[in-house]
Design a protein. Structure first.
Length: 225
């Protein structure tokens, strides 16, 4: 059995390729996450961490290199296959929650499951379990505007894990919160990740939070140090 949740091999990415303003963002990135491992990705602003996360999560394509998730080489997939693989294998959490404002917290966690073919009753049951795990079950029927920033982000965590992905990718998931709320919300995220046993790559500027993860990797000048 392959014990790697994610493997990036020689990943390169440039924008404006071949033009005078070409910007080389990633320069042969190699990175491996073991199953169940939580890794902090620390990088200066503009170093390419979001680009790296987008390539790892199949939201963007590398110019060269390989992306392997759960032992499957997903490099070079067409759009339809890429969308299917992303929906089934990867969960995302961003700095801003991006919840759908017209739907309740519960519905925001149910909808991704319905899009993935899960029966409504099963989707609602899983959504309720996830919301309970992060301490917002009592807010299940509130819309995002009726939730605090910390509560909104907890719901976003649940949405990212709604389809039971193998891999969670998070880009500054507590970066929009005050320090006290950030610490509480990060604790909820880590509890949920540990409970579900999935792997996570979490980009953060917060070195205190990074130190609470299994390992810290640094991205500088387009390379993992």
């Amino acid at each position: 059995m392959n014990d790697h949740a994610l493997r990036l091999e020689g990943v390169t990415k440039a924008y404006n390729r071949g033009l005078p303003g070409e910007v080389q963002v990633l320069r042969g990135v190699d990175l491996t996450l073991a199953r169940g491992e939580v890794v902090a990705l620390v990088a200066p602003s503009g170093a390419g961490k979001s680009t790296l996360l987008h390539i790892a999560g199949l939201l963007d394509s590398a110019d060269a290199g390989r992306v392997v998730i759960g032992g499957q080489d997903l490099t070079g997939l067409g759009d339809a296959a890429r969308t299917r693989a992303r929906r089934e294998a990867v969960g995302f959490v961003y700095q801003f929650h991006h919840l759908l404002p017209e739907f309740s917290a519960l519905e925001n966690v149910v909808l991704p499951q319905l899009a993935n073919g899960v029966a409504p009753a099963a989707a609602e049951a899983r959504a309720r379990r996830l919301l309970e795990a992060v301490g917002v079950a009592d807010r299940a029927h509130h819309r995002p505007a009726q939730l605090s920033g910390g509560q909104q982000q907890r719901v976003a965590f649940c949405r990212g894990l709604a389809n039971a992905p193998q891999l969670l990718l998070a880009d500054e998931p507590t970066g929009n919160l005050d320090p006290a709320t950030s610490d509480q919300v990060f604790g909820a995220l880590m509890g949920l990740v540990r409970e579900t046993g999935l792997s996570a790559l979490i980009a953060t500027h917060n070195l205190d939070l990074a130190a609470r993860m299994d390992r810290v990797v640094r991205l500088e000048a387009g390379r993992i140090l």
